[in-house]
Design a protein around this ligand. Structure first.
Ligand code: ADP
Ligand code: MG
Length: 761
């Protein structure tokens, strides 16, 4: 299965985005400089106090500054990777970095602008152009799109966006997402459509897209299968899988102050990303034999891309402004570590799960069926012809060949139909037949025609199916003669050459740099003592600077380490507290027996990564079920000896507990009636409604209202307003009676509001 066993390092490139308008307007200083030729990123320290501190220098495979074009990145860094995917290697591109530094810009870019399209759309173009130029090869391209958010996998192409997918593992093909939908795409337009659908689904359900995308990982997967005739005369299939990963923002989610659910959420959000960091550390450490892939969904899913069978490119995105410096340094250190991961990519030849093989087999099967069908027809035709009615004859060998094309088939059907029609007419016109006989024969013929039609339809359907399946398999070599295409190809080749040259130049420069330092110590002969002193002083200075840089780096890493440690400790404390609380509840409120039962039933499901409960069974003395008390053997419940005897001897129902069917309580017949509301006249109803309105809505017209007693009602009147002494509910009848003390007609009660229903408007 493998063609190349050699290991190769993960390629790491860094891209620094331009200052945005806001940063420029606020006058932020640029702290990052990029040496494209040398492949170096230089970061100055913004702190005043440490102005004397040397800038930090990081070297990468390639670096891109704010002027870099999408197409440059593609040609230099991504094109070779996609090319190897087309050859049958697995490939992965990660975009890593703080939110707002251009991960999505690098991966997707600006959709409608060809200049600013990112890797994903550019790779579509690349893949399908490659296929159209290929010869004697069959391709099948399919794509999937998924998202990991809070350790849950969502299929962005499925109709049901609430459904969560699980990871599964098979010994032969490794980790995969169960039930992940994948779409066969036949052109750039189709695959773009798939991406757009996914992107739309991504924003569905996200209240704030920016926040959501900064907390979730999006993975676009393109699988390219290619079938080609090998030297051994057999068809061989190579399968390359390209993972395009837009990671969550690498800035740490703040956990400060978060508790309980919120804390767990914050812990979960970046779980995949910190697990990714741990995996990288473990991989480059060299000492650890255990790589914690299983710690998160992301690392499990991309296990092959990290230290496995894949070519991997990591793009680390950084921002240039001073307020980003800390995160920028963290990103650069992270990327620096990733440089040392070694992968073992190989061409995936004839894997068991190649869909192309399935398609080819299915097409062959259907074709065979179709041919058999036609063969059967022909034989039948020949037999009929052999009866000697029409005189047309067929040669013996022809049926065996079965190599007629569509036209012949059409002719055949037409012939058959015409023949049947003729026969039908003949029967109709044949006066020698009895009417009954005639109808019977006619029916027979009609049935035959119906059968013929059905058969034809089935054949057509089969042919359509074959066609549909074949159309999914892409073959090239159709428009290579195209002149523009030829020119374009030359241009592409030239661009690739330039990219390659640039890369080599950079490599050479880097080598020269490192050799300079080495040779410094080799020049051992000096003409004079002074010269030696000068030389050694220079060397000393250089080494001293280097030492300082390393020391500063150590300090930086230590600081970061301490910060992370503190955060972990905080998380641990919170979780311990949570655990203690749960223990407290269990110890004090759950009977020991029940606790043991649950503990016995619980088990950890490795597949689903969660705890589950075994179903309750009666086996042995699992203590899962309460056993029947000894006094009730054979009965549903414990019974006394007397009851048992009475059950057998007496006809009395009382002891026949097992026979009781009616378990409801028996109730006496009702002696009361349901309350029915009295019928209210419409006028009264309106008045009532008015009276029940909110206080503020009521406009009280107090103009004609004068009081000599002041605003407060007299105490006696107020007490008379209170509830009637008896506990019975008020009937409400009184409120409108003219004798009411509150009524305006009564001059005695001065300061009561008017009855609501009668407010003059
Ligand atoms: P991320 O996905 O890392 O959160 P985005 O890709 O959304 O960041 O980028 C944030 C903003 O910066 C976007 O408006 C994007 O257009 C802009 N941007 C990022 N990188 C570049 C670049 N290299 N050139 C021009 N604009 C960029
Ligand atoms: Mg983004």
């Amino acid at each position: 299965m493998s063609k190349s066993k050699s290991s190769e390092a993960v390629k790491v490139v860094v891209r620094c985005r331009p200052m945005n308008d806001k940063e420029r307007a606020s006058g932020f200083e640029r702290m990052v400089s990029v040496d494209v030729k040398l492949g170096q990123i230089i970061v100055r320290n913004p702190r005043e106090a440490s102005a004397a501190e040397l800038p930090k220098i990081f070297t990468f495979d390639s670096v891109y500054d704010w002027n870099s074009k999408q197409i440059d990145l593609y040609d230099e860094t991504f094109r070779p990777l996609v090319d190897s995917v087309l050859m049958g290697f697995n490939g992965t591109i990660f975009a890593y970095g703080q939110t707002g530094t251009g991960k999505t810009y690098t991966m997707e870019g600006v959709r409608n602008d060809p200049e600013r399209r990112g890797v994903i759309p550019n790779s579509f173009e690349h893949i399908f152009t490659h296929i159209s130029r290929s010869q004697n090869q069959q391709y099948l391209v399919r794509s999937s799109y998924l998202e990991i958010y809070q350790e849950e996998i969502r299929d962005l192409l499925s109709k049901d966006q609430m459904h969560r997918l699980e990871l599964r593992e098979r010994p032969d093909t490794g980790v995969y997402v169960k039930d992940l939908s994948s779409f066969v795409t036949k052109s750039v337009r189709e695959i773009e459509h798939v991406m757009n659908v996914g992107n739309q689904n991504r924003s569905v359900g996200a209240t704030n897209m920016n926040e959501h995308s900064s907390r979730s990982h999006a993975i676009f997967v393109i699988t390219v299968e290619c079938s080609e005739l090998g030297v051994d005369g057999e068809n061989h299939i190579r399968v390359g899988k390209l993972n395009l990963v837009d990671l969550a923002g690498s800035e740490r989610q703040t956990k400060t102050g978060a508790q309980g659910e919120r804390l767990k959420e914050a812990t979960k959000i970046n779980l995949s990303l910190s697990a990714l960091g741990n995996v990288i550390s473990a991989l480059v450490d060299g000492r650890s034999s255990h790589i914690p892939y299983r710690d998160s969904k992301l690392t499990r899913l991309l296990q092959d891309s990290l230290g496995g069978n894949a070519r991997t490119v990591m793009v680390a995105n950084i921002g240039p402004a001073s307020y980003n410096v800390e995160e920028t340094l963290t990103t650069l250190r992270y990327a620096n570590r990733a440089k040392n991961i070694k992968n073992k990519p190989r061409i995936n030849e004839d894997p068991k799960d190649a869909l192309l093989r399935e398609f080819q087999e299915e097409i062959a099967r259907l074709k065979e069926q179709l041919e058999k069908r036609v063969g059967k027809k022909k034989r039948r035709q020949r037999r009929r012809a052999g009866d000697g009615s029409d005189g047309e004859d067929l040669e013996e060998g022809e049926t065996e060949e079965d190599d007629e094309d569509g036209d012949d088939k059409g002719d055949y059907w037409r012939e058959q139909q015409e023949k049947l029609e003729k026969e039908r007419k003949a029967i109709m016109e044949d006066h020698s037949l009895v009417a009954e006989e005639k109808t019977r024969l006619l029916k027979e013929k009609e049935k035959k025609m119906e059968d013929l039609r059905k058969e034809k339809e089935a054949g057509e359907m089969l042919a359509a199916k074959v066609k549909a399946m074949e159309s999914k398999l892409l073959v090239g070599g159709k428009n290579i003669v195209d002149h523009t295409n030829e020119q374009q190809r030359m241009l592409e080749l030239k661009r690739q050459e330039i990219a390659e040259q640039k890369r080599r130049e950079r490599e050479m420069q880097q080598q020269v740099e490192s050799r300079d330092e080495e040779t410094l110590g080799l020049k051992g002969t000096y003409s004079s003592l002074q010269q030696e002193v000068d030389f050694k002083t220079k060397k000393l200075k250089k080494l001293f600077n280097k030492l300082q840089a390393v020391k500063a780096e150590i300090q930086g890493i230590q600081e970061e380490h301490i910060k992370m440690r503190q955060e972990h400790e905080q998380t641990q404390n919170e979780l311990t507290r949570d655990l203690k609380l749960k223990h407290l509840i269990i110890e004090n409120f759950i009977p020991l027996e029940e606790k043991n039962k649950i503990a016995n039933r619980a088990f950890y499901d490795d597949e689903d990564d969660c705890w589950k409960m075994k179903p309750i069974t009666r086996i042995e003395d699992d203590h899962q079920m309460m056993s029947r008390p000894l006094s009730a053997v054979g009965y549903r419940r414990p019974l006394s000896q007397h009851a048992r005897m009475a059950m057998i001897m007496k006809p009395d129902m009382r002891y026949k507990a097992e026979n009781i069917l009616m378990l409801d309580m028996e109730l006496p017949a009702r002696t009361t009636k349901e309350y029915q509301e009295p019928v209210i006249a419409p006028k009264v109803a309106a008045a009532l409604e008015n009276a029940l309105r909110d206080e503020d809505e009521i406009q009280v017209d107090a103009s004609g209202f004068h009081s000599s007693l002041g605003p407060t009602p007299p105490a006696s009147a107020s007490s008379s307003l209170k509830k009637p002494k008896s506990g019975r509910p008020r009937t409400g009848k009184k409120s409108n009676t003219p004798t009411s003390p509150f009524s305006p007609s009564s001059p005695g009660s001065l300061l009561y509001p008017q009855s609501r229903g009668l407010v003059p408007k």
